[in-house]
Write a protein that binds this ligand. Structure first.
Ligand code: TTP
Ligand code: MG
Length: 843
């Protein structure tokens, strides 16, 4: 966050680069009422109210001019205006239809349309505005400017100078044309706000109503924000946040702008604090997210009183039937169902809502959602009532004022007639294939590049690409196609090495660098390949195997953190918070980065939130552990060859045994877009020429790999090598800032005759056409954002993320077991929780 915000400044003129965008917010006028007026034009000039139960949810402007208001009780509205014509608005079908039409008009202009509610849309028209300005040059503003009651001419002073004035003026023209087009195609009038960010556009769109538009310039931000009656009026500050703010003595926008961050941090995590400060100053960098289909469909029924299980059952049954119809229209299959109730508390005269949700087995919809059979219906009803019973103790009296059901995660059905598991079962070839490289150096191209696209075999990727991928559901992360991650890559950059540790043959943690090895300089040739003659089987009987499980590495990292927490604390303000968003092993991040290209790899991770930081670990299920134990001897041999190769590369005596347990790790902070991550990558060795004791980066380090020789005559093997191996090596080195890889190509018998050296940055070029760095980096940042979102919704819980199919990563909360040992149901060991910051806490 900038110093300006730290000091409570109001960001009157935020830096010019933040005004580059032009955003529209559209809001339909008296939406439901207009839809009814379009459907029945004779209602147009009459005062019209739309009722749902005993409430007038909206009314047209004729009625508003005569004193009727939105959300008035029906009784009160009829008293104010006895001639009010009423239309029942409980069936939303037509409103949904018009809503889709309106967004559709905007979508025909640009795909950057985000549906905010049935009658609101954000549209990012930045590109259109540029085109517009190139085509037409400067012109007059359309509509209003914030603060003026009448349209103004363009003699406004421009204290900014970044070009935002011209862009927003052009934006006002785009908005006007779009509104006209919507009216022409749907008959609905809409209001628009035009600004350089979403927050401001939304705040001003209702400034002049109906059927008008308002521009706000960056230099008016202070006036806009301080014209709001309370901090609660800022979009994004809901009633819960506002009530916490009020506890801190903050009610007005000005008070939020002025409050010291330190005070906010006593109640909110640092991201929320930044966000609150930003929005209070009219700063909003969030992008317009392209909307796909709605992520959920749901229905609710409100009433004054229901107090018997039989009544509840009937209500849910009716809702479920209607919901199944909506589902049929939608066409997607639900993976989760949510049930809600509103309980009425007689003493407080207050209703409060509760919801419960659970996943739905896909076997309930064997033929999709078109023909839902009786068994499915009754099974769904059972689930609904089961969830209901969890919320309401029906053995006692209860009083409900609302029930609701929603299918809140919807996904496109996997292509008919194919079953992913059988697919995985069949294609075992790639799993065991390792591959080659030097062909490229010799021939300047790869075998695979000769083949045309049409010749590519059927396989994992084709099947996967055929499928439609939707937006993220609430707790399912859907892996998109690579092309969906081709936007500009986020910054992924090591921020610096902050420590290291060594783990010895007994897996004992040592706070030093004794086990860092140095590569023998003769192996560092930069020109093509180096001929060698290495026998990986020497000293075989003396080798000692790896005895730990991979997860053990996280524990060593936690140990290091305990020893070094003072170097990691946020600031003097928050001495009990580490200044890092994620702590994990590099392996977790690599698994995520590989996803768009590796459709087969299944994994699970678990995460826990502790004092401002998310801890993420790769989770091995009991079955995984069992499988690892029974690994075929051949796999163990390959792993040992890898260790042997490292021993030889770093000048060890080949006739001596190698100890697989020994490792050296750096503790490294890495920036991944807006997140900071603490990793502890294993470092194979360093270049003795470049190594400096007080290194801050890993630029002298080298990754050493032992890979089976690849048969260059087999295009499939070459392609696999480029697609999977190069991607993995690149991801490992990229995340830790290691610039080089030395690869020894071994025969089936463990002989190495040649080495090759690659620069990390050269690897994507060698794999051109098969994978792209930006795809891996973009999916990493979006997945971390998803993890964070899920965790912040339940920060006390242990969360699990599981890749269940090529595209579905399911989030779930691990049932808590108090006092349980480390392992499957925990991420952080008790000793870590107890000791981190403990001396400070006791003060
Ligand atoms: P709004 O945009 O808030 O209201 P509106 O479009 O009717 O009026 P305005 O001209 O002020 O924008 O809400 C959109 C629709 O949502 C509205 O037509 C009816 C429905 N609605 C409800 O069902 N319940 C509510 O409490 C509110 C506020 C709206
Ligand atoms: Mg509206």
């Amino acid at each position: 966050m900038s110093d300006e915000l730290e000091s409570g400044g109001e960001g009157l003129l935020s830096p010019p680069h933040t005004h580059q965008r032009t955003i529209l917010h559209l809001d339909a006028d008296c939406f439901y009422a207009q839809v009814e007026m379009v459907r029945q034009p004779e209602l147009r000039d009459k005062p019209l109210g739309i009722k749902q139960k005993n409430l007038v949810v909206t009314c047209n402007y004729v009625a508003r001019s005569q004193g009727v208001k939105k959300c008035m009780w029906l009784k009160e509205a009829m008293e104010v205006l006895p001639e009010l014509v009423l239309v029942d608005g409980s069936d939303l079908t037509h409103y949904r239809h018009f809503s889709t039409q309106i967004s559709g008009v905007a979508q025909s202009l640009t795909h950057r349309v985000e549906r905010l509610s049935l009658d609101e849309n954000f549209i990012d028209v930045t590109d259109l505005v540029d085109e517009y300005m190139n085509a037409t040059g400067s012109s007059d503003i359309e509509g209003h400017v914030f603060g003026d009651k009448e349209p103004v001419s363009m003699d406004l002073v421009d204290p900014c100078g970044c070009g935002c004035r011209e862009r927003l003026v052009a934006g006002s023209l785009v908005a006007k044309q779009l509104r006209e087009q919507i009216l022409k195609e749907t008959g609905i009038t809409v209001c628009a706000g035009i600004a350089h960010n979403k927050l401001l556009a939304k705040l001003v769109s209702g400034y002049h109503k109906p059927n008008q538009q308002t521009v706000v310039f960056p230099w008016q931000v202070h006036n806009v924000m301080n014209s709001l009656p309370a901090a609660r009026s800022i979009p994004g500050i809901g009633s819960t946040t506002f009530s916490i703010l009020k506890d801190l003595g903050i009610s007005t926008v000005q008070e939020l702008q002025d409050v010291p961050l330190k005070l906010l941090r006593t109640k909110f995590d640092s991201e929320t604090c930044s966000r609150l400060k930003e929005v209070s100053n009219g700063i909003d960098e969030t992008s317009v997210k392209k909307s796909g289909k709605a992520q959920s469909v749901g229905l609710e029924d409100a009433f004054t009183k229901v107090n018997s299980v039989a009544e509840v059952k009937v209500k849910y049954q009716i809702l479920l039937e209607r919901l199944l119809k909506l589902l049929k229209e939608d066409g997607r299959v639900p993976v989760s169902i949510r049930v809600s109730v509103r309980k009425f508390d007689l003493a407080k005269r207050f209703g409060h809502r509760e919801t419960r949700q659970t996943s739905i087995p896909s076997s309930l919809f064997p033929d999709g959602v078109n023909n839902v059979g009786e068994n499915t219906r009754s099974s769904l009803m059972k689930t609904v009532m089961g969830l209901f019973q969890k919320m309401v103790d029906t053995s006692k009296d209860f009083h409900l004022t609302l029930v609701g059901v929603a299918f809140n995660k919807l996904i496109e059905r996997v292509r008919e007639g194919k079953d992913i598991s059988s697919f995985f079962g069949k294609r075992t070839r790639e799993e065991t294939t390792e591959t080659l490289m030097s062909y490229y150096h010799r021939e300047g191209r790869f075998m695979g590049e000769r083949r045309g696209r049409g010749e590519r075999g059927r396989g994992a990727s084709n099947f996967y690409y055929d499928r439609r991928v939707d937006n993220h559901g609430e707790d399912v992360f859907l892996v998109g196609k690579p092309r969906e991650y081709r936007q500009d890559p986020p910054i992924v950059q090591p921020l610096g090495v902050i420590g290291c540790f060594s783990v010895d043959e007994d897996r004992t943690f040592g706070h030093d660098r004794t086990l860092l090895k140095f590569i023998e300089p003769q192996y560092l040739t930069r020109e093509g390949k180096t001929k060698v003659n290495i026998d990986l089987n020497r000293g075989w009987g003396k080798n000692s195997p790896y005895t730990a499980m991979g997860e053990n590495s996280s524990l060593n990292l936690y140990q290091w953190i305990l020893n070094n927490s003072e170097t990691l604390v946020d600031s003097d303000d928050t001495p009990t918070r580490l200044d890092v968003d994620f702590i994990c092993m590099r392996r977790c991040l690599i698994q995520i980065m590989k996803m768009p290209y590796n459709v087969k790899e299944r994994w699970a991770m678990q995460a826990e939130y502790f004092r401002g930081t998310i801890y993420l670990v790769c989770y091995a299920s009991p079955e995984d552990l069992e499988q690892r134990k029974s690994e075929p001897p051949y796999m163990k041999k390959i792993a040992m060859w890898g260790h042997k190769f490292e021993q030889i590369m770093t000048g060890g005596d080949p006739d001596e045994g190698v100890c697989a347990n020994e490792e050296f790790r750096c503790v490294l902070k890495v920036k991944v877009d807006n997140f900071s991550c603490l990793l502890a990558p294993e470092v194979d060795c360093a270049d003795p020429e470049l190594f400096e004791e007080d290194f801050k980066d890993l630029s002298s380090f080298i990754t050493v790999k032992c890979n089976r020789e690849v048969d260059t005559a087999d295009a499939f093997k070459v392609e696999c090598f480029r697609k999977f191996m190069l991607n993995k090596w690149w991801a490992q080195n990229k995340l830790s800032g290691i610039p080089r890889v030395v690869v020894g190509f071994r025969t089936e018998e463990g002989q190495i005759y040649r080495l090759e050296n690659y620069d990390t940055d050269e690897l994507p070029t060698l794999a051109k056409g098969l994978w792209e760095p930006r795809v891996s980096l973009n999916i990493l940042t979006s997945f971390l954002a998803f993890v964070k979102k899920m965790i912040m919704e339940a920060p006390e819980a242990v969360h699990r993320f599981e890749r269940q199919s090529p595209i579905v990563i399911r989030h779930s909360i691990v049932p808590s077991v108090r006092g349980a040992a480390e392992g499957p149901i925990k991420v952080l060991p008790d000793w870590y929780r107890e000791q981190l910051f403990s001396p400070l806490d006791q003060e």
